[in-house]
Design a protein. Structure first.
Length: 243
């Protein structure tokens, strides 16, 4: 059970779905990249992981060797992240402790050369953080075409807010839950998007239209506020009934 819990966490990390990752972390989890101070608590650990997972197009953690005893597992890994079209990999050796009662990971001590890793990855992350609102929203609209909720959420801040006329969704997970409902609500209907319009360096707008057979069409627009390369607020305005 200890081994299975740890490896379920690895599989969740590879999906980049913060909701799955959260379900496998104990509320009091700590995650330390030794020798740096640990992130304490599930929210802090999700922030630590989400910082790179959300901007990764793909994640793969290859286990090189492992040893499990009692409630702990020692895992030597090669953690691979694809950012802006390029792969970045880092060797890690982690000790993962499982809370048996809740079947969640309660502590991680990861040994990694963070200095060397940051020298390689920080410039890429800095470029992503400097993207204009238009660049971020264009990437988001490309993800919308896939109807994949995780891809659609990849450029949202963890504390982002999505405001629609009938509901407000607060936080990455709530927004992802909403995006999960979109394919079924759309069915076979297709959405047509206008080109992304720049309002200023931090804001962009997209107009859209949905044609529905034997029903009135649906149209609206979304205004996005982008800070540090992440969508922090989205406001939807409808020109009629919702889809």
């Amino acid at each position: 059970m200890v081994e299975a819990t740890i490896e379920r966490l690895f599989a969740a990390i590879e999906t980049r779905d913060l909701r799955l990752i959260e379900s496998l972390l104990h509320p009091d989890v700590s995650w330390q990249n030794v020798p740096h101070p640990p992130a304490q608590g599930r929210e802090a650990v999700l922030q630590l992981l989400g910082n790179i997972l959300c901007w990764s197009d793909r994640v793969q953690w290859d286990v090189v060797s492992k040893s499990v005893s009692g409630t702990a597992g020692w895992y030597e890994r090669l953690d691979r992240f694809w950012l802006a079209g390029e792969e970045h990999a880092v060797a890690c050796n982690g000790v993962f402790t499982v809370d048996v009662a809740s079947k969640t990971v309660i502590a991680v001590r990861d040994y990694v050369d963070l200095g060397e890793w940051r020298r390689r990855v920080d410039p890429v992350m800095a470029l992503l953080a400097k993207r204009t609102a238009v660049e971020v929203v264009v990437r988001h609209m490309e993800a919308v075409e896939t109807q994949d909720a995780v891809a659609m959420c990849s450029d949202y801040a963890l504390d982002a807010v999505l405001e629609r006329p009938t509901a407000t969704y607060r936080g990455w997970s709530a927004i992802a839950d909403y995006f999960d409902t979109v394919p079924a609500r759309l069915g076979s209907k297709r959405v047509s998007f206008s080109p992304v319009e720049s309002l200023d360096s931090d804001q962009a707008r997209v107009s859209w239209h949905i044609d529905r057979e034997e029903e009135s069409s649906v149209s609206g627009s979304d205004m996005f506020t982008v800070i540090g390369g992440r969508i922090v607020r989205q406001v939807t305005v409808l020109g009629g009934p919702d889809f």
